[in-house]
Design a protein around this ligand. Structure first.
Ligand code: FES
Length: 296
């Protein structure tokens, strides 16, 4: 079975869909039950404060620590007993990192659908299985019994976590989960271009317009006109079909990310990268926009 067949087989698993149907709303409800604090925690776990998804940064901890443990275990098997404590410590560090990776990954997973959700769930289950294997290995190491079995469990865990990491890579590079869907700034106009007659943008409304090759969201509130990228940074949702909020923000219709219309910043995730912001002016009755230069 080649890689594509394996990925397709995972994506077609009905039981993963059924489990996702039950688990995803339960996780989202848990955050909602926490009110504003729950939303703040959710934003933190997505990585809104970092301007980048937090999960992929944390996954380096268990993968790196357990790779170290595999090397040190290998040296021990070659008779170098002095590396034993180092291997045990690396497994403990990896377990601590795995908790952070699991919590952030579960939070990001709530913003996935269909095939990505099924593959994401399998990714999580494999990593949970690897964590259980490493935890058991550490218990055996601490009891100073069955050293051979402890090392075998860790080696098995390394194989399982590698399979989980492969699926994680596929979610990013194959399914574009966690990438910035507005990362095409070189296509945005840097000189003013006319996009809409001013009279065609009513008060308290939003419209999608084209500025050269790219879609821009125009919004009018209290007579002020705002323009940010139309495609949601999270997974490409059409912001003009979302909600125009009272505090000069827009909510994405797909997974509820909230962006400021004033500066494109993320107010609520799952998006972590801001929306590109445009300067706006009205000339000869036409609304004109250009990409706002980043502050240096
Ligand atoms: S596409 Fe997911 S929040 Fe916009």
């Amino acid at each position: 079975m080649n890689q594509k067949t394996t990925l397709n087989a995972i994506a077609q698993q009905q039981w993963l869909g059924t489990a996702g149907d039950a688990l995803q709303p339960a996780v989202l409800d848990a955050f909602k039950a926490g009110g504003e604090a729950g939303q703040e925690i959710k934003n933190f776990l997505h990585g809104v404060w970092l301007g980048h998804p937090l999960h992929p940064a944390i996954t380096d901890v268990p993968v790196g620590a357990w790779t170290t443990a595999a090397v040190l275990d290998g040296l021990e098997l070659l008779g170098k007993e002095a590396y034993k404590p180092g291997a045990d410590a690396a497994i403990a560090v990896g377990l601590a990192g795995a908790v952070g990776a699991a919590v952030t990954g579960l939070t990001d997973w709530t913003g996935t659908t269909s095939e990505s959700r099924r593959i994401g769930l399998m990714h999580g289950l494999l990593n949970a299985g690897a964590t259980a294997l490493y935890a058991t290995s550490l218990i055996l190491r601490r009891r100073k019994k069955s050293r051979g079995a402890a090392i075998s469990l860790a080696m098995l865990g390394y194989g399982v976590v590698s399979a989980g990491a492969y699926l994680g890579g596929h979610l990013v590079f194959g399914k574009q989960i966690g990438v910035d869907h507005t990362a095409t700034a070189d296509q945005y106009p840097t000189n003013f271009v006319a996009v809409l007659p001013e009279n065609d943008l009513a008060e308290n409304t939003m419209r999608r317009v084209e500025a050269g090759e790219v879609a821009v969201l125009l919004a009018r509130k209290d007579g002020e006109i705002f323009a940010i990228a139309h495609t949601c940074a999270h997974m490409g949702g059409p912001l003009s079909e979302g909600d125009l909020l009272d505090d000069d923000c827009v909510r994405c219709p797909w997974h509820g990310s909230v962006f400021s219309l004033r500066d494109g910043s993320v107010r609520n995730g799952p998006a972590t990268e801001p929306q590109p912001k445009f300067d706006v002016r009205v000339q000869d009755g036409q609304i004109e926009v250009r990409l706002q230069k980043a502050e240096s």
